[in-house]
Design a protein around this ligand. Structure first.
Ligand code: PLP
Length: 355
């Protein structure tokens, strides 16, 4: 990369037990940073030792929440590693940036920056089954003023975290409560952007659900509290009869790359796939009449997460006998197989990098 300065850490960290990684707890030795202003564009590209950064107390992000991020993974291969559809992340990052009046990052630069950083911290890619290197690019508005206007200065950073399998004990179905009060996002708002603010707004419901013994909430739309949107911070799919139904991308739903990949796989397998509005009443009717065969969430971190129980208005509904359904398992196996290189990548989704 042109103009990239690499400052290596003087001492390297001791690596954690790579079989007990969990999610997002450990960070590698280095991070990528670059700065933006209107005059210079993106500049001061650097890889520096991982550590705290200093920001001005009036920085935009601390007061007005101008922040977006991405989540992607690198998987170890025999002679390097592979990235799963990284240009999709780059594209979505720019869509999120556009919504928040943050600057665009050239897609090639985005992917190059990821590769440059991984090259430096290559030894951190875990090898044990189901583990990977989680990549977290993020950007925030960094003007040093309390004035409210679109951002002139921004900072872009990438950090890396070795993560274990979500499913150390196999794919366990989760208990979900349908959220009737809080909403995650509204049409015209920022639902389709991967921004920190959406997460901040969803924490109260998530915490309430956890206190009641649920793993996550199922979000309804913000206007009528009627249509299904997402499950926690994942997209959601349902096998109803012979039809796979997932909420359409109406603006308040995050366009997941795992969602998109699952839909492509399902269509190729010959399933009838519908992206459409799905009301909570239709869903509950489908559970009660036995037509709802399987339900699962999709996202980079867990890939596919089976739903074993849906609770609505204090009534528990068991899904797939609280076991992982065969289609859910098949999707998980197929997708992780492609990511891990154990199954044929006929879609050319993986970008292989030799190290
Ligand atoms: C990131 C995210 C997803 C999943 O997107 P993937 O690209 O599949 O990881 C779904 N919903 C929300 C709210 C998200 O932030």
């Amino acid at each position: 990369m042109k103009g990239l300065i690499i400052e290596k850490a003087k001492t390297l960290k001791e690596k954690p037990d790579m079989t007990k990684l969990g999610f997002g707890k450990y960070f590698t030795d280095h991070m990528f940073i670059m700065d933006y202003n209107a005059n210079e564009g993106w500049h001061n590209k650097r890889i520096v030792p991982f550590g705290p950064i200093t920001i001005h107390p009036a920085s935009t992000v601390l007061h007005y929440g101008a922040e977006i991020f991405e989540g992607m993974k690198a998987y170890k291969t025999n002679d390097g590693y592979s990235l799963f559809r990284p240009y999709e992340n780059a594209k979505r990052f720019n869509n999120s940036a556009e919504r928040m009046c943050l600057p665009q990052v050239d897609e090639e630069l985005f992917v190059e920056a990821v590769k440059e950083l991984i090259n430096v911290d290559y030894s951190w890619i875990p090898t044990s089954v189901g583990s990977s290197l989680y990549i977290r690019p993020f950007m925030f508005g960094n003007d040093e003023t309390l004035g409210v206007h679109s951002v002139k200065n921004s900072t872009f950073i990438i950090i890396l975290s070795p993560v274990g399998s979500y499913y150390a004990e196999g794919l366990n179905p989760v208990k979900i409560i349908i959220e009737n009060t809080d909403v995650r996002a509204v049409r015209g708002g920022t639902g389709y952007a991967k921004c920190g603010g959406n997460y901040a707004a969803s924490m109260r419901a998530g915490e309430r659900a956890e206190k009641k013994g649920f793993t996550q909430v199922l979000w309804l739309d913000g206007v009528e509290r009627k249509y299904i949107e997402e499950v926690g911070a994942m997209n959601v799919m349902f096998l109803i009869g012979d039809e796979v139904v997932t909420p359409s991308l109406t603006g308040s739903v995050l366009p997941g790359i795992t969602r998109k990949s699952c839909l492509e796989l399902l269509k190729d397998k010959g399933y009838k796939v519908s992206e459409r509005l799905l009301s909570v009443d239709e869903l509950i009717d489908a559970v009660e009449s036995g037509k709802l065969l399987e339900a699962w969430g999709t996202g980079t971190a867990a890939v596919v997460s089976p739903i074993g129980q849906l609770t609505y208005k204090d009534k528990d509904h068991i899904v797939s006998n609280n076991k992982i359904g065969s289609l859910t398992q098949e999707l998980y196996d197929e997708l992780t197989g492609i990511q891990w290189g154990t199954r044929e990548d006929k879609y050319n989704w993986c970008v292989k990098v030799k190290v």
